[in-house]
Design a binder for this molecule. Structure first.
Ligand code: HAM
Length: 418
């Protein structure tokens, strides 16, 4: 019986894992420069956590959750996003007492039962960070700036943030009513299920990928026309801060996000390199979540960036990092050199030079073939002759040039050539 990875999931194979590790280390280095500390939360949570935060009309809760009852009858969901779990942990462990500002980051798989396609998977991965405790436009600007800096660092140039403001609750309520009043007469013929969802939250219309709905929405009222004075001022302050920081952005009133927890600022970074899955990342402000989870009122803003999507874009623009080479393959030319091969490999490892050697007594020809396949830069060959003359044959595997070198100092010589 042969098995396959479940539909919508991917194995990260050894030929690709260095790309993941590379992005992870850029993400960790950059977020720590900005003062973020990593939080790790369980792969599954109480289902209610996501229903309460993402909202019942969101696609995530209404169709995509990997939910089940465990053997104790608890309703459990594999996390479809990282924000609600991070904030649940923050409240549970009282990490952000009133007046404090806390910066959290995470690297996590997420699970969404969606139709798999390029850039959309049932298990995917996110780099996320959440800035908790500040309601200022500076906090929004920090999150957006850090997001753009991440894409710059990994080599995705020209990333532009599309920003919008959803205002406060009263603004959103008035906007939802206006949008519904505009759209409802134009939705005749849509399924009852769709209409019911739209009536419960008309903002969901704006996430629709349906071309007819997109066209119908061209003349729809814009949320920015409903903003209260304070929200409008905040939104303008954010734009000034982004301009000062040299962050490319555009106001786009179509950005409303697919999760219900957002308040005021929302943003996405889109790319034309991913076909239908154009969002590289998405985020925004969600000032009500801490309170919803039983904590004191605490403003929050954050973002999550799709790892697979960043990797796909890097591949498309020809910036996929090449697989790192091994430094050396140590070849045992004659059986009596086994101990010397082990000793040299040990010295190389101790010096931080990657190397491997044959474990199975292969012929010298076969070992050199393995050395080529391994991608090593050099072969170091030891046999009876080298043992008696205290030398090593140093073979450049790219050019096949070979020279006899003194055994003493071979590690330093190799280091200088790598
Ligand atoms: P989201 O927009 O649902 O937001 O997801 C953020 C990013 O995760 C997307 O832009 C995309 O790059 C990636 N992503 C999501 N679903 C998939 C999928 N099925 N396959 C591949 N990539 C995917 C959130 O998750 C919020 N928690 C973001 C946030 C953080 N808001 C505030 N703080």
């Amino acid at each position: 019986m042969r098995f396959q990875a479940p539909r919508g999931t991917n194995d990260v194979l050894p030929a690709d894992s260095h790309r993941w590790i590379g992005l992870e280390s850029v993400f960790r280095e950059l977020t720590s420069l900005y003062g973020y500390r990593e939080i790790r939360t369980p792969m599954f949570e109480d289902t209610e956590l996501f229903v309460r935060s993402a909202g019942e009309t969101s696609d995530i809760v209404s169709k995509e959750m990997y939910d089940f009852q465990d053997k104790g009858g608890r309703n459990i969901t594999l996390k479809p996003e990282g924000t609600a779990p991070a904030i649940r942990a923050l409240v549970e462990h009282n990490l952000c007492p009133p007046g404090a500002v806390v910066r959290l980051s995470y690297v996590t798989p997420i699970f969404r039962y969606d139709r798999p396609q390029k850039g959309r998977y049932r298990q995917s991965h996110q780099f996320g960070f959440e800035l908790v405790g500040s309601a200022s436009a500076e906090a929004d600007a920090e999150v957006i700036e850090l997001t753009i800096r991440f894409y710059e660092r990994i080599g995705i140039d020209g990333a532009k943030a599309l920003i919008n403001s959803l205002g406060r609750e009263e603004c959103r309520r008035a906007y939802r009513q206006a949008l519904l009043a505009y759209a409802e007469p134009k939705l005749i013929g849509e399924s009852e299920e769709f209409l019911a969802k739209v009536r419960r939250n008309p903002l969901r219309l704006l996430d629709s990928k349906d071309a007819n709905i997109q066209e119908m929405l061209e003349e729809a009222p814009k949320v920015t026309n409903f903003l209260e004075v304070e929200s409008w001022q905040r939104f303008e302050a954010l734009q000034t801060l982004l301009t000062d920081a040299g962050i490319p952005f555009e106001v786009d009133s179509g950005i409303v996000r697919g999760l219900d927890y957002y308040t005021e600022t929302v943003f996405e970074v889109l790319t034309d390199k991913l076909g239908a899955q154009s969002a590289l990342c998405g985020g925004g402000r969600y000032d009500d979540m801490v309170k919803e989870f039983g904590g004191p009122p605490t403003p929050c803003v954050g973002v999550a960036m799709g790892v697979e999507r960043a990797l796909l874009v890097l591949e498309q623009i020809g910036k996929a990092a090449p697989i790192p080479n091994l430094g050396a393959y140590v070849v045992r030319a004659t059986p009596d050199a086994a101990k010397a091969v082990h000793g040299l490999a040990r010295e190389l490892h101790a010096a931080g030079i990657s190397c491997i050697f044959d474990l199975d007594g292969r012929s010298i020809k076969s070992q050199l073939g393995q050395a080529d396949k391994s991608g090593a830069r050099f072969a170091l060959i030891l046999g009876t002759d080298e043992l008696s003359s205290n030398t090593v044959q140093l073979r450049d595997l790219a050019t096949s040039a070979q020279a006899e070198e003194p055994r003493v100092g071979i590690v330093d010589l190799l280091r200088s050539r790598l």
